[in-house]
Design a protein around this ligand. Structure first.
Ligand SMILES: [Zn+2]
Length: 173
């Protein structure tokens, strides 16, 4: 087990050596993520492992956790959320290779040197896991669900019964 995470790595060479890593990517280096959230509260705690599957495909397993500060879209207060991502990737050089991957692997693009930018891959995965509309759990939110019901929603009883209307028409002289 290596405890310094690689910034870039040749995934095939790493898989041949069956390398495993566990460590942190520093919050201050997660530039793209920090643009999308109020704050990146923790370093990205990450484990990576490289190997080959039974089809001899190179596989990169990623498990990463980070706590970020988001703004609740209901009450506008900031709150902390733990984002945990877990996924398997396989290196590709082109879109065609990405299309051909088995469904259970995500493509990880290698650069001209045959390397993958690991921080960028992990960050991308975290960004994809951010809630589209961040909101508190209802028990923590300053705005209750009830405040979001504007006006009266008619209940079953308020709606005119179509058969009653029909009956009243029939009874007309
Ligand atoms: Zn809220």
């Amino acid at each position: 087990m290596q405890n310094r995470l690689p910034l870039t790595i040749d995934p095939t060479k790493a898989a041949q050596k069956r390398l495993d890593y566990a460590g942190n990517y520093l919050a201050k280096n997660a530039n793209r993520l920090s643009e999308l959230v109020e704050n990146v509260n923790s370093d990205i705690e990450c484990s990576l492992s490289f190997g080959f599957d039974e089809q001899r495909l190179c596989v990169i397993s990623i498990d990463a956790k980070v706590t970020v500060k988001l703004e609740c879209q209901r009450c506008q207060q900031a709150y902390d959320k733990l984002i945990h991502v877990k996924n398997k990737f396989s290196p590709v050089k082109s879109d065609a290779q990405a299309e051909a991957l088995p469904e259970h692997y995500e493509p990880a693009l290698v650069n001209e040197f045959g390397e993958i930018d690991m921080l960028s891959l992990v960050e991308e995965e975290i960004i994809l896991s951010l809630p589209i509309v961040p909101v508190h759990d209802s028990e923590h939110c300053k705005v209750s669900e009830a405040d979001f019901v504007f006006g009266q929603i008619p209940t079953e009883d308020d709606k005119p019964n179509p058969f009653a209307i029909l009956a009243s028409l029939k009874n007309k002289p």
